[in-house]
Design a protein around this ligand. Structure first.
Ligand code: OGA
Ligand code: MN
Length: 295
């Protein structure tokens, strides 16, 4: 009688870091084909730790980065670049986006420049935000440019009962006009009154599609507005939630090394990036795992 095929146990190992989210995954070379058991072990670790770091992935090519990312869902294609951006990335695989301050012929190779990128969850101004992203470091500045991650399950769970009750059922508008580096997006006008904000509306408390756990979904602070409240009331409540959700004890900081690959669950975390010396080079390659519409 044929017996069920049993996958070889994964050789990789997962070391949680001393923070409320984040783990290092070792013992795996992501440039090589992944075994089903590896994919499963990574998926489990991802659900448990929200952000995974794979160090020393020096053999990974951009095709390899896209292939690895594709194990966790269909990938979004690189967004259309603005005219101000160099065309060099036209040569890259279509799933790869460049995040970089490096300029070629006076034009940036990629997005986000060298300034601070404020706390955000990626693309929550869309009705179905991405499920996650992978960011791979090809060149890092000698200092600065660190990326911080915050656990939005913990942010929800540590709210007072009064605040939990206050936000139950409330929905927030997520501003599409500016990116996390503060740049106005193509085709958008500046918003001065948050009640006029254009973007998707999401419940402030969301339920994770895989874990079923509740988490805060804040998106980004600028121009956010809680539907149906007075502006002053909305501002006050959002300020309280943001102050709570970005407390350092809910975060983990990634200090980049060349060859690091970070993979974050975009539906239960936020991230921000520190500024760095404009004279230094930072070159990162990014993939984005598409969101799944909930019925
Ligand atoms: C992103 C992002 C931060 C960084 O790629 O979505 O916010 O550290 N990047 O480059
Ligand atoms: Mn981002």
């Amino acid at each position: 009688m044929p017996h069920a095929e049993i996958d070889a146990p994964a050789a990789l190992s997962v070391q949680p870091c001393a923070a409320p989210l984040g783990a290092d995954v070792t013992g795996i070379d992501l440039s090589r084909p992944l075994q089903p058991a590896d994919v499963q072990a990574i998926q489990q670790a991802w659900a448990r730790h929200l952000v995974l770091r794979f160090r020393g992935q020096h053999a990974l090519t951009l095709e390899g980065l896209a292939r690895f990312s594709g194990h966790f869902g269909p990938l979004d294609l690189r967004p259309t670049a603005s005219m101000a951006m160099s065309r060099e990335h036209d040569e890259l695989p279509p799933e790869i986006t460049v995040i970089s301050n490096v300029k070629v012929g006076g034009k940036p190779l990629g997005a986000l420049g060298d300034g601070e990128a404020v706390w955000h969850t990626d693309m929550t101004y869309k009705p179905v935000p991405p499920k996650g992203a992978c960011l791979y470091a090809a060149e890092v500045p000698p200092s600065g440019g660190n990326t911080h991650f915050a656990n939005m399950y913990a942010a929800y769970e540590t709210l007072s009962d009064a605040l939990k009750a206050r936000i139950e059922g409330l929905r927030c508008v997520h501003d599409a006009s500016r990116n996390s580096a503060g740049e106005l997006r193509l085709g958008y006008e500046d918003v001065s009154d948050p009640r006029q904000t254009k973007g998707a509306v999401h419940p402030i408390v969301s339920t994770h599609a895989v874990t079923g756990r509740k988490c805060l979904l804040l998106g980004r602070r600028r121009n956010a507005y809680i539907v149906g409240l007075d502006l002053a009331e909305s501002e006050q409540l959002l300020d309280a939630l943001w102050a709570h959700a970005t407390r350092p004890e809910l975060t983990w900081t990634q200090v980049w090394q060349v060859g690091d690959l970070m993979m974050w669950d975009n539906t239960c975390t936020m991230h921000k990036r520190d500024a760095f010396d404009p004279a230094a080079r930072r070159l990162m390659y990014r993939t984005q795992i598409a969101g799944v519409a909930t019925p």
